[in-house]
Design a protein around this ligand. Sequence first.
Ligand SMILES: C[S@@+](CC[C@H](N)C(=O)[O-])C[C@H]1O[C@@H](n2cnc3c(N)ncnc32)[C@H](O)[C@@H]1O
Length: 236
Amino acid sequence: MWIFTHGLASLICVGLIKEDSQEFIIKMLLDVGAANGYFSFYFESLGAERVVAVDLPRYINHDSPRWYLDKKVATLSSEELEEIDFHELHGGFIVAREILESRVEMRHHRVYDLAEALGERFDFVFCGSLLHHLRDPVLGLESIRDVMNPGAKLILSTPVDLTDPKTSYALFVGEPSLPAWWVPSPEGLKRMCRMAGFSQCEWITSFEITRKKEPKIVDIIGIVHVADSQVSDSVP
Ligand SMILES: C[S@@+](CC[C@H](N)C(=O)[O-])C[C@H]1O[C@@H](n2cnc3c(N)ncnc32)[C@H](O)[C@@H]1O
């Protein structure tokens, strides 16, 4: 049996996470956009006390243009939609969790709903290759900040544009069949974090990944460490 895990940022992130692994001891850890749980299970294996993985409840909850989703959904029966939910969102995690005899907890929420839905805070958050799926990445980051404890750290990996790294901008992808809205420059990404209320954002590195499917588009993934000394008021 094959279990497909996105693990997009895997090689580099795993290296970085290993360096940070001291932080996982007795930590409450949140993996946002966890997909089939590649990183959630890895954090658990490093010794995180409790790992909560979050991904979408249903395929139709993707933050895609409304008209595009409506058009796609109109061609599918409810059984076909349930099948997509299982194969693209939930099935792989369930199987992997069972095989690994893992205690990782999966919750199905949109990133925008985290604070209300989870009602608790975490010491460490990983958000791998999710931000570009959001039409409002700053709101997504604000939501993540709302569930972080004071002094907690966020590792964020997302596609970036390195043409002019020191200038703040974000490319608008504008192609509905690609699940991407914004591709920021490194400076743009740092400012998004700042606008979301994080007081510290450190650029770590970037690396290339080439999609296996045609067209073989090369994405550049940037990684930042984000933290905040203060706590937002809207936390439960
Ligand atoms: C490219 S995968 C990344 C998986 C994994 N974090 C990694 O780095 O390999 C992005 C994941 O984010 C989830 N996702 C997309 N939009 C989301 C949203 N608005 N709220 C929560 N999760 C979302 C998708 O369902 C998908 O599983």
